[in-house]
Design a protein around this ligand. Structure first.
Ligand code: PLP
Length: 462
C-alpha cells in the first residue's frame, strides 16, 4: 500500500472517537481479541461508553450506568476526577520522560508514599502496573537475600507476567506457559504451619501474599495469619511481600489492608488506585535495609529500571490521588459504606438460597453463588450443571444487572463464581441502595441457573 493510501486509511483519534458500537465490535474482533469480543457480546457488555464522570458512565445513546466494577479497583475517586486531571494539566509543560536526571515529581511521590506507608517503608521504585510492581518485588527479594525460592498462596492473583504468574494460584492461567519460574511453592491461604514447613527449608527469598485475596473471590484470611506470617518470615530470614495492588489506598477501610492487623511488611506492592483512575502507575516500596542490600551503592543502582515508570504525568496523578484520599478521609468512608453494603447483602443472603456467601472488607466485596454441585440436576447432567453454574452464574447476574438495571459489575478472575463489587470510594448510600434493590429483584424473579440463563441471553440482544 502506498504511503498516501495508508495515511488516508488511518483512523487516528477522531476516527476512533466516531466509531459506533457495531463498528467497534467488528474492529475489536478483527484486530484485538476475537474470543473476548464474543464473550462480551454474548453478555451484552460490549457497549460504547462515550463519557464518564464519578461513579457514572454513559453510552452512545446517553443512557447512564452505575460503575460498581470500578476499573478492578483502579477508580478510588471515580472516573475522571477533576483534581487528578488538574494535576496532570499542571505538569503538561514539564518533560514527561527524561531519565537522565532526578525528577522532583518522583522524589515528592516517594516522599508522600513513605509518609502514608506503615512502619519504616521508605524507598520506592515506580512502574506502570500491578504485575510490574510484583516483578520488582520478587527481584528485590532475590537481590536482597541472595536466596531464590518464593512461597505463595493457593488462589493468589499477582498478575500475568512470568514472575507474577509463577506466584499466582489459578492453573488455567498458568498451564499454557509452563515452565514458569523455578522455586515457587504454593501453600493454602491462611495456613501458618504450611508456611513454616516451606520457610524452614532455608532457601526462601520471600513469602508473597495479598492481605485480602481479591481475585480468588474476596477471601479474608483467618485473624492472626498476617501477624504469624510476619513472625515466621522474620524468624527464617525471608522477606514478607504484601501485595496491596488491589487492597491499598483505602479500599478495605484503612489506608492499607495490613494495618487491620498492625503488620509492616518488608516490601509492599501498589498500583491500581495509585493512578487515580487516569494514569497507569505502579510502585514497590521497601525499607532502607532491604533496598541497600539489593540496590545500594553505585554499581547496583541501575539493576532494575523502567523507561516509563515514574513519568511526570503519572507521578502528578498519583500525588493528587494520595492527597484526595487523605484529605477526604476516604478510607473511613470506604469502611462505613462497605459495612452498610455488606449488611444489605447479608439480608439478601438470608432470603435467597442462590447466594452461598457474601463477604468483604470496606469496599472490596464479593458475592459467592451456589454451585449446584450434588443436586439432582447436576447428577443427571454428569456434573455439567455445577460446572456451568460455577463458571457462569456470577456473569449471568452481572449481565442482568447491566442490561436491566444499568449497573456494571463482573466476576473475580480466579473464581468466576464470585461477583465482585468494587465501586469508587466516593460512592453514595442511595447508589448502594439502588444496587441492593436491583439484586433483590433479579434474585426474586430468577431463583435458579436456567431461569437466569434464559433471561440473560434474551436480554443482551439489545
Ligand atoms: N496484584 C493483585 C493483588 C491484583 O489484584 C492484580 C490485578 O488484579 C495484580 C497484582 C496485577 O495488576 P495488573 O493487572 O495491573 O498487572
Amino acid at each position: 500500500m502506498s504511503d498516501q493510501r495508508i495515511a488516508s486509511g488511518l483512523k487516528g483519534v477522531r476516527g476512533a472517537l466516531s466509531l459506533d458500537r457495531a463498528q467497534t465490535r467488528e474492529l475489536y474482533s478483527l484486530y484485538v481479541n476475537p474470543g473476548l469480543s464474543r464473550i462480551l457480546a454474548a453478555l451484552g457488555f460490549d457497549r460504547n461508553f462515550v463519557r464518564a464522570k464519578g461513579v457514572f458512565v454513559y453510552d452512545e445513546e446517553g443512557a447512564e450506568y452505575l460503575d460498581f466494577l470500578g476499573g478492578y479497583g483502579s477508580l478510588p475517586l471515580g472516573h475522571n476526577p477533576p483534581e487528578v486531571l488538574e494535576a496532570i494539566e499542571m505538569v503538561k509543560e514539564r518533560p514527561t520522560f527524561l531519565q537522565a536526571t532526578t525528577s522532583p515529581l518522583q522524589a515528592a511521590l516517594a516522599h508522600d508514599l513513605a509518609l502514608i506507608a506503615p512502619g519504616d517503608l521508605r524507598h520506592s521504585f515506580f512502574c506502570n502496573s500491578g504485575a510490574e510492581s510484583v516483578e520488582a518485588a520478587l527481584k528485590l527479594a532475590r537481590a536482597s537475600t541472595g536466596r531464590q525460592g518464593f512461597v505463595h498462596c493457593s488462589g493468589a492473583f499477582h498478575g500475568k507476567t512470568f514472575g507474577a504468574l509463577s506466584v499466582s494460584g489459578r492453573e488455567k492461567y498458568k498451564r499454557p506457559f509452563a515452565p514458569l519460574l523455578p522455586g515457587a511453592r504454593e501453600i493454602p491461604f491462611g495456613d501458618l504451619d504450611a508456611l513454616e514447613t516451606e520457610l524452614r527449608k532455608g532457601d526462601c527469598a520471600a513469602f508473597i501474599v495479598e492481605p485480602v485475596q481479591g481475585e480468588a473471590g474476596v477471601i479474608i484470611p483467618p485473624a492472626g495469619f498476617l501477624k504469624g506470617a510476619r513472625d515466621l518470615t522474620r524468624r527464617y530470614g525471608a522477606l514478607l511481600i504484601l501485595d496491596e495492588v488491589q487492597t491499598g489506598l483505602g479500599r478495605t477501610g484503612l489506608m492499607f489492608a495490613c494495618q487491620h492487623e498492625d503488620v509492616v511488611p518488608d516490601v509492599m506492592c501498589l498500583a491500581k488506585a495509585l493512578g487515580g483512575g487516569v494514569m497507569p502507575v505502579g510502585a514497590v516500596i521497601t525499607t532502607e535495609e532491604v533496598w541497600d542490600r539489593a540496590y545500594g551503592g553505585l554499581s547496583k543502582a541501575l539493576l532494575h529500571t523502567s523507561t516509563f515508570g515514574g513519568g511526570s504525568r503519572a507521578c502528578a496523578a498519583a500525588l493528587a490521588t494520595i492527597q484526595e484520599i487523605v484529605g477526604r478521609d476516604l478510607p473511613r468512608r470506604a469502611a462505613e459504606m462497605g459495612a452498610y453494603f455488606l449488611q444489605g447483602l447479608k439480608r439478601l443472603k438470608e432470603k435467597y438460597p442462590l447466594i452461598r456467601d457474601v463477604r468483604g472488607k470496606g469496599l472490596l466485596i464479593g458475592i459467592e453463588f451456589e454451585s449446584s454441585a450434588g443436586s439432582l440436576g447436576d447428577i443427571l447432567s454428569f456434573g455439567m450443571l455445577s460446572k456451568a453454574t460455577e463458571e457462569y452464574l456470577a456473569s449471568l447476574v452481572a449481565g442482568k444487572l447491566l442490561n436491566e438495571y444499568r449497573v456494571i459489575t463482573a466476576y473475580t478472575l480466579n473464581n468466576p463464581n464470585v461477583m465482585r463489587l468494587e465501586p469508587p470510594l466516593t460512592i453514595e448510600k442511595s447508589q448502594v441502595d439502588y444496587v441492593l434493590k436491583a439484586l433483590d429483584e433479579i434474585l426474586e424473579m430468577h431463583r435458579g441457573f436456567f431461569s437466569l440463563a434464559r433471561s440473560a441471553l434474551k436480554g443482551y440482544k439489545r
